[in-house]
Design a protein around this ligand. Structure first.
Ligand SMILES: *Cc1c(COP(=O)(O)O)cnc(C)c1O
Length: 452
């Protein structure tokens, strides 16, 4: 069976990012100051981010030009390929057409450099010397370390302790790019010390690592903070994925009936889905959009849409998002990038407006899907990406039951070459599904800040 691949030329690399804030039927709820509970202004964010990124965070312009310096770097691996998954279709015996956009061709193996590069660029332009950040499984940390190396910025990464110990190869990659990697919670920050005082054995969480990185950036004028997901400007940068996919599906003579992507903080999901959703909001053809999250960290399907902190030590502003509570420490599932208590406010907003359907999947079913994808399409999906694959296969099987030849588009957001331990555990039969109990949900949500 011949491979069907849609490859754009370099000249077709997008020259602007798409900002869905221009097309929302209802604007995003305001971000609030944690003390006054009043809407914050750009000045409140200035200690953490350069002005250019703060402007993008609040912009309602539909198109935001991609700087030439950033496009030059994107060109190393972009435009990324779009494939038709014909061997997977055949294995499933489905009448559906499955297309996947492959972001694993970037230097760090995922979609994350799409935002790491512009974030490093704007920080360098603003005279920043060092970036502080957090990382879970290490995909974001390695992407920012790569981007920092290109622009001559120091990078300090607080890595969730369980991953620091279990994923030494990602750590080695970050250090090779020149970053300093610290296991979180650490003794280096007040936030880390306070967690360790109460829980000396804490294995960490993204919420704790964010607190450490934010604290360092807030206290050092030469250091700014960088986040790999959740924020509006991060989701904006990822829209190159969907913009390219639109042109590639046009080459294929198709338009998607369903788009499926996994959601941790929502950036790869927004990246592929928002340009299509934007067309729908401007009166174009409707498309079903499915957000797939892990059953062990079911933010969109079982969390509450409410104001909450982005971090555990409550240093960040309050944002309205689906949340499991900022002190929630999810089970140690292998999809480290999906273990975040909150969600990108833009993703939560479109879910709340009924424009997106969230679903949750268990990790065993996801690894089964990932292994089938590897055997049919040859690419080993990252544990996070197996959630998108599972969701895609389930849609394709529905099409088979209903006898419908729908067009399914998914985002294969990263490869799993650094996650082979996860596949070994899956093969050895030692992975477990974690059911999230109603009691856990209630406990985690009991501590939500009151806003009214
Ligand atoms: C970080 C990461 C995710 C989760 O983050 P989103 O912002 O939800 O995309 C998913 N997949 C991969 C491969 C990642 O590196």
């Amino acid at each position: 069976m011949s491979t069907i691949k849609y490859q754009l030329s370099e000249s077709e690399l997008p020259d602007a990012w798409y900002n869905i804030q221009a097309d929302l039927p209802k604007p995003l709820p305001a971000v609030l100051h944690p003390g006054t509970k009043q809407p914050i202004g750009p000045a409140d964010l200035a200690p953490l981010f350069p002005d250019a990124l703060i402007e993008q965070e609040v912009s309602t312009e539909r198109w935001i030009a991609i700087p030439e310096e950033v496009r030059d770097i994107y060109r190393q691996w972009r435009p990324t390929p779009l494939y038709r998954a014909r061997r997977l279709e055949q294995a499933l015996d489905t009448p559906a057409k499955i297309y996947y956009k492959y972001e694993g061709v970037s230097p760090s193996g995922s979609h994350k450099p799409n935002t790491a590069v512009p974030q490093a660029f704007y920080n360098k332009q603003a005279g920043v010397k060092r970036l502080a950040t957090e990382t879970g499984a290490g995909q974001w940390g390695s992407s920012l370390a790569f981007a920092g190396a290109l622009f001559g910025l120091e990078v300090l990464v607080y890595m969730v302790k369980v991953s620091f110990n279990q994923k030494p190869y990602r750590r080695a990659l970050m250090e090779t790019y020149g970053a300093r990697v610290v296991a979180s919670p650490s003794e280096e920050t007040a936030a880390g010390r306070s967690i360790l005082a109460d829980h000396p054995d804490s294995t960490g969480s993204l919420g704790i690592a964010i607190s450490e990185a934010v604290e360092v950036a807030a206290q050092d004028p030469e250091t700014k903070y960088a986040l790999g997901s959740v924020l509006n400007h991060v989701l904006l940068h990822q829209t190159v994925i969907g913009l390219e996919s639109q042109k590639q599906l046009e080459m294929a003579g198709d338009r998607p009936d369903v788009i499926v992507a996994c959601t941790g903080g929502g950036s790869n999901f927004a990246g592929i889905a928002f340009p299509f959703l934007g067309e729908q909001l401007r009166g174009g053809a409707p498309v079903r959009i499915v957000a797939v999250e892990p059953a062990a960290c079911p933010t969109l399907t079982r969390g509450k849409y409410a104001y909450d902190f982005g971090d555990t030590a409550h240093l960040t502003p309050l944002v309205k998002m689906h949340t499991l509570g900022s002190t929630f420490v999810p089970e140690g599932i292998h999809a480290g990038g999906l273990r975040y208590h909150g969600m990108g406010p833009l993703v939560s907003h479109v879910v709340d407006l009924g424009l997106v359907e969230p679903v949750s999947k268990h990790q065993l079913a996801c690894f089964e899907a990932g292994a089938l994808f590897a055997r049919t399409e040859g690419i080993l999906p990252a544990p996070e990406a197996t959630h998108a694959v599972r969701g895609t296969i389930d849609e394709a099987l529905r099409c088979k039951r209903e006898g419908r030849s729908e067009v399914i588009l998914t985002n294969l957001c990263g490869h799993g070459h650094f996650d082979l331990q996860a596949y070994m555990d899956y093969k050895a039969g030692i992975l477990r599904d974690h059911e999230f109990s109603a009691k856990e949900v209630a406990m985690a949500l009991a501590g939500l800040p009151s806003v009214e």
